[in-house]
Ligand binder design. Structure first.
Ligand code: ADP
Ligand code: MG
Length: 317
């Protein structure tokens, strides 16, 4: 067990500062320089053991995921990552655990060019909170409230891989390493989010399931959406599931960290070109309409999916 201060020193020793950090870890607060003409975009997410990751998760993977879920929020806003803080509640001050955690955190922080500038360290049940700050040219952020009637609905990558990996973990089965990586080391779609500025009308990251998250876009924009569950992009593991309802339920249960966005149909070619340029596949899955809420249509017939996403204060509903 180490003292709070030696743990903080262990973290500080690993951090290389971006040039726009005026003052990093060590004072009462950090100081950073926001470039002229830019807006600061701020996202925060907590990960709790047993709720957001299984207790057996490797500390390096917890470090990666704690940052990844926040970078996914910045991606959904079209923001470039810049600075972050880290609030750690640790059951025991195990320096080996902390070193591994920081290793995984930096595996993502370094390529994303985000600097850890502060945080808090306390004893308690294992819980990790990250606040990530990003930058956008003023007025250019992607928001949930811009979807327009007639827009296409798109999603990036594939959906359902993390949920399938988690199902294996919870049922004590060996997990395919690719699925486990999708669960433990989601890749925030930063380059795509950036490329979609000025092209997409609305954007959200798929953390709670595509139906629920698209529902948030609809509510914020005052529109409805229809979605074809069979059009949802699937990786090999999910695609191999025969029952279309089971497949669609997995694909709408969350933890995907893909982007769901809407755009004018006149921009289809542009969207595909931008996506190709950042080597991120995108798939058209539905349409924005003048109604309210998200309706699933299979061959034009409304279908009800058995599961509609994750709600921490409800249940898997
Ligand atoms: P204070 O008493 O002012 O809250 P702390 O002792 O909590 O200060 O923190 C000292 C310094 O270490 C601060 O700059 C704080 O931001 C930083 N810090 C504390 N915990 C972490 C952490 N988990 N990750 C990064 N920086 C941290
Ligand atoms: Mg403190």
């Amino acid at each position: 067990m180490s003292s709070e201060f030696s743990l903080i020193d262990r973290i500080r020793a690993r951090i290389a500062l971006r040039p726009d950090v005026v003052l990093g870890i060590g004072d009462d607060a950090a100081i950073v320089q926001v470039p002229p003409g830019h807006e600061l975009v701020i996202a925060t997410d907590i990960l709790n053991v047993g709720v957001h990751f299984p207790a057996e998760t490797a500390p390096a993977d917890i470090g990666w995921k704690a940052l990844a879920v926040n970078l996914s929020d910045l991606a959904a806003m079209g923001a470039m990552p810049a600075w972050c803080t880290l609030s750690l509640s640790l059951p025991d001050g195990d320096p080996d655990w902390l070193d591994a955690f920081i290793e995984g955190f930096l595996d993502l922080a370094l390529p994303a060019d985000i600097t850890l500038v502060g945080g808090d360290t306390t004893r308690g049940p294992l819980s990790v909170g990250v606040t990530a700050c990003g930058l956008v040219p003023a007025g250019s952020a992607l928001r949930r409230d811009g979807a327009r009637v007639g827009d296409d609905v798109w999603v990036s990558g594939t959906l359902g891989d993390a949920a399938l990996g988690l199902r294996d973990v919870l049922q004590g089965r060996a997990t395919d390493p690719g699925l486990r990586a999708r669960l433990d080391r989601p890749e925030p779609r930063l380059a795509l989010g950036h490329a979609l500025r000025g092209v997409a009308n609305a954007c959200i990251d798929v953390s709670d399931g595509v139906l629920q998250d698209l529902g948030h876009v609809c509510a914020a924009s005052g529109v409805g959406a229809s979605l074809d569950p069979d059009a949802l992009p699937a990786g090999a593991g999910v695609a191999a599931i025969q029952d279309p309802d089971e497949r669609a339920a997995l694909q709408s249960s969350g933890d995907d960290y893909e982007l769901c966005f809407t755009s004018d149909p006149a921009r289809r070619e542009r969207i595909l070109a931008e996506a190709r340029a950042v080597r991120t596949p995108v798939t058209r899955v539905g349409t924005i309409n003048a109604g309210a809420g998200v309706q699933c249509l299979r061959d034009g017939v409304p279908v009800d999916l058995p599961q509609r996403g994750f709600d921490h204060f409800g249940h898997l509903n």
